[in-house]
Ligand binder design. Structure first.
Ligand code: PEP
Length: 249
């Protein structure tokens, strides 16, 4: 039985004070025991976030990392650095990283390998763009993304992989895939994992949906058989909205 997961990606938002305020507000009610709740603050606030969440069920994760462990990569953050402050989970392949920083499935494959070498759990994001959906190419697009970035992994590595299907046309746009659209493609994703590996592995992988999830639509999306929770952007910046979303699982 897969436990639901709700992860908030805070992106380039919140200074030190706002980060602390939001964490304190999130912790003002107990985190339900049937859901894993994660937050991804900026790198500069990860240490503070770890301190504030110590002893709680709120998990602190990173938004990105470099494929290299050390070296001449000005401005970058490594898995080893994250490990050293107790961060063992990372989001990789967010569509904004793909769009603005030229990340590709091939370059993400390297990041995935490095993250796994550092025993990190990975939320791997992928999903089609609007023109691809309109051309009904979304199935082949997600298949190719997974084949390139993840399908060379050993079966055992999949215990560290959480998938986040995020149709690019739904991210930060207010447009959401309908619950039926989400279920259709999540079931397809699980099917191609089963074909590549086996049913047991496919059934064990958590597949999150991301794209304009709000308190009003979370329950209907999360109730779909193959939707195991969500990756949340905008609504994760408001404590009441984010709580309402993770309480909808
Ligand atoms: C995201 O950035 O991963 C995301 C899903 O954003 P939003 O919820 O704002 O669409």
């Amino acid at each position: 039985m897969r436990k639901k997961i709700v992860a908030g990606n805070w992106k380039l938002n919140n200074d030190k004070h706002e980060t602390a305020q939001l964490i304190v507000a999130l912790l003002s009610d107990p985190i339900p025991s049937d859901v894993r709740v994660m937050i991804a603050p900026a790198f500069t606030h990860l240490v503070q976030a770890k301190t504030l969440t110590e002893g709680t069920a709120l998990e602190v994760i990173a938004q990105n990392m470099n494929a290299a462990t050390s070296g001449a990569y000005t401005g970058e953050i490594s898995a080893r650095m994250l490990n050293s402050i107790g961060i063992n989970q990372v989001i990789l392949g967010h569509s904004e990283r793909r769009a603005y920083y030229n990340e590709t499935d091939l370059s993400l494959k390297e990041k995935v390998v490095t993250a796994l070498e550092h025993d990190m759990e990975i939320i791997f994001c992928f999903g089609e763009e609007l023109d691809q959906r309109k051309a009904e190419k979304h199935f082949e697009v997600v298949k190719s993304q997974l084949e390139i970035a993840l399908f060379d992994l050993e079966p055992a590595s999949w215990s560290k992989i959480i998938l986040a299907y995020e149709p690019v046309w739904a991210i930060g746009t207010g447009e959401t895939a309908s619950p039926e659209q989400a279920q259709e493609i999540h079931a397809y994703i699980r099917k191609i994992i089963a074909e590549k590996y086996d049913n047991t592995l496919a059934e064990s992988v958590s597949i999150l949906y991301g794209g304009s999830v709000k308190p009003g639509n979370a329950a209907s999306i999360f109730s779909q058989t193959d939707v195991d929770g969500g990756l949340i952007g905008g609504a994760a910046l408001n404590a009441n909205d984010f709580k309402a979303i993770f309480q909808s699982t």
